[in-house]
Every structure is written in structure tokens, then in C-alpha cells.
Design a protein around this ligand. Sequence first.
Ligand SMILES: [Zn+2]
Length: 136
Amino acid sequence: MDKCELCQPPVYPIVWKNSKFRIIEIDDPSYSAYYRVEHIQHIKEMTDLDESERDELMKVVFIVESAIKIYYKPDKINLASLGNLTPHVHWHVIPRFYDDNHFPGSIWSEQKKFKKTKISSQVRKNINSFIIKNLN
Ligand SMILES: [Zn+2]
């Protein structure tokens, strides 16, 4: 699949990576502190990974979730693995608030309003430092 977006170098900044996975910070004006954990190789399903790799991937996802929870304190964090358009293993880690643009639907549901979020540079820095510290 040569048109796979996730097989290309990411357009968003890479917060952390190793030989198998990378964490991207998505620049979404309505969802600050939105991260995506991606497998670097073009692998379609979680069950195409061996058990240890699956565990390792989820550990990365949970570190990102913890960092967001501790430093950004959203009302809820959504973990989503869809990949219908991009069949390449990746997890979305999305902070959600009761007054965000898609509440109570997923961020891919119909948008209810057009509010922007803004995270402080200190909170951003704390999240990214926590991720890097806990994964290195
Ligand atoms: Zn791919």
C-alpha cells in the first residue's frame, strides 16, 4: 500500500520513538494534547503483532494517557483504534471535555460547535517530558 499516510514521515512533531513505535503530537486547534501512537511498520491489525509487541504498544499508549491525565486533567480520555481509512496500526489518545466540540460523541462524529482549545506551553512540556522520561 504505497499511499498509506502512516508509512510516510509524519507531518506532526514526533515526541518519542523507538525502532517499532512513534508518538506524534497532533496539532488540532480544537483538541490540544491529542496524541497518536503509531506502529512504524505497515501492519494492519493488533492481532498481526505478537503478544510482546502488543503489550509494548499498549504500554506506550498508557504512558501517553497517564501523562495527559496527570498534567492536562481532561474530563475523559478517549483511546481509539480505527484505521478504516488508514489500515496501519495506530492508537488515538484524545483528551475530552464535557464542553468540547463533539461531546458526547466521538471526535469523528458530527461537530456541535467550533471552540478552540489552548494548552499552556508548560503543560505541553510536562506531558512530553513525562512521556519521554517513562519510555526511555
Ligand atoms: Zn502504512
